[in-house]
Design a protein around this ligand. Structure first.
Ligand SMILES: [Cu+2]
Length: 144
């Protein structure tokens, strides 16, 4: 398990996402080679991922290990070549941690984490595949 403290990567990622959203209008061959937009075939190729986030415990206790899970599918098929990271921070706090998940079975990525403070946490699940980057944001609660 790898944890990297970060303050600005989330912002970078949003920037990345905006540039991806904008890539329908651009043809930057160096960065988007093989991704041509517009034809129906390519629409299918660029089909959205389904990202499902879950925590192993329904009620997460502070200082107790919990597993974060992301289930990644594309058109109902497990996505096995993704890089999945959980960016987590306590609500209204600046310090974010980013934990890379490990694939446990086809399309199911997990990371074990532990939180020292109770409260509301925000998570962004970042998913990078060879063709796309997609993310979802969720919340969870850490109890006393
Ligand atoms: Cu992201």
């Amino acid at each position: 398990m790898k944890i990297i403290k970060l303050g600005f990567l989330g912002g970078l990622c949003i920037f990345f996402m905006i540039s991806l959203l904008g890539c329908g209008q651009e043809t930057d061959k160096s960065e988007h080679s093989g991704m041509n937009h517009g034809s129906m075939e390519d629409d299918k190729m660029n089909e959205e991922l389904t990202i499902q986030f879950a925590t192993s415990e329904e009620s997460i206790k502070k200082n107790e290990a919990v597993t974060l899970t992301a289930d990644i599918k594309k058109a109902d098929v497990a996505v096995t070549d993704a890089k999945v990271e959980f960016e987590v921070w306590k609500k209204e706090q600046k310090e974010h941690t980013k934990t890379e998940a490990t694939q446990q079975k086809d399309g199911v990525y997990e990371a074990e984490v532990k939180y020292e403070e109770e409260g509301q946490y925000e998570v962004i699940v970042h998913v990078t595949t060879p063709t796309t980057h997609q993310m979802i944001s969720k919340q969870f609660q850490v109890e006393k």
